[in-house]
Structures are given as C-alpha cells and as structure tokens.
Design a protein. Sequence first.
Length: 249
Amino acid sequence: MTLPDLEAGRRFYGELLGWTFEDQGEEFGHYTMARRDGARVAALLPKVNPSMATAWGVFLRASDAGRTVAKVRTAGGQVVFGPDPVGDVGVMTAIIDPGGSYVGLWQPGSHPGFDLVNEPGAFAWAENHTRDTEVVDTFYQEVFGYDSQQVGDGVHFDYAVWSVPGAENPALGRMKHGGAPDDTPTAYQVYFGVEDCDDAAATVRRLGGQVLVEPAASPYGRTAVVTDDQGARFSVIDLRSRTEPTPGQ
C-alpha cells in the first residue's frame, strides 16, 4: 500500500494484524515488507507524491510482463508505468482496467509473492468494485484468461468470481457498484484475515480508524469494511466463522 506516514502505518497494522516490518532501505524508496510470524504477507510504501492515493493495491502475477502489457493495451486498458525491473526481485507494472480500477502486475524474480494467505494477519481475498461489469469481465478474460461465474442474481446483486481455468479456487471477485453515488471510485478492495471480526473492528476504532460497514455474517466468514487512521479502505474477515446460506437464497 502507499501511505503518507509510514511509521503510523507500521503502528496501526502492527497492532491490528500482528505484523512485523523490514524496511528495504533508501535504495528501494523505503519499501517496507510486512511479515506475520516470519511469512511475507504485504508491503507498505511511503508516498513519493501527495497526489497518490492512500490505498491498498493488488498485484496480479504475470509470467511475462511485456507480453501482458501488450494484451492490456489491445484489450482497452491503460499502462501507468512499466514494465520496470526491481533489482533481482521481479518486474513491476501498473495498469488501469477499462472500468477505471488501478491494479499492479508482478513478474516474479527472487520474490515470488505471498508466503501466507487465508490465515489471520494475511491476505484473504480481493474484489474489483466497478460499474462497467461486462467490459471489465471481458478485459480480464482476454488479458489473464480468467473464467467469470455469476454468483449473485446478476440484477440486484451483480457479483462474479474470476477463476484461472483448472484452478481449485477462484482468484478474485468482481462486484458492480449498483446504487453507489456517482463519485464512488472504482477500485479493488482487499480483505485481510483476522482472528475475530468484532474484536478487529473495535481495534480499528481504538487505533483511530473507522468502521464503514459493521461486522456481519456471511457464508464466507464474518466481515467488516474499515479504514485505517490515514483513510485507506480495506476489509477484515474471520474465515472461521462462516454461516450456512438460508434455504431458498
């Protein structure tokens, strides 16, 4: 994520998610690796420009960043920067999809990505909140080869999951904004696992963040939508407290 106050971010996420941190130094712009029990789970980066968003970002794996960038342009996306080598750790690119969501691409070198997922203190899910669902679904199919499956009713709740063909689990979600105000940005929302969703929401408030959507049960885990004390939006989810859908839903 990019944020104006790196030290404040370390304090907030260190207490909320149990992270420890490794500053990679001035050479890498104080890119700071976050770890949970020694495993790499996220990274924090101080803003180099005040106009940059204070936000969590998502990076999608690209086996060949140059080839993927060519597909992005052909499919109607924009390339913000890259592909740029980052030492020997990988190649980084940033794009904007046709719906307006910013997303990164990562061609792994010595840094393959997450060491831990779907556990407390680790990445659990991400979903693209957008208005232009048909265009966006087609874009990700053409660029990344994702299959799209509607899991809502497609009208009142338009939510799809994107999957790599042959993979056991979906890769990402896509949700239509629906009745959201016109100025609601299109963006990815990141979910982090927590031990207890209600306790996590209380901790967010105590640390100076906000709870935008109160904890609620779902078939996938108890979730809440929150912001940190610098305004970055994300979700917390207790994957161990899943509820069965009501019959008929």
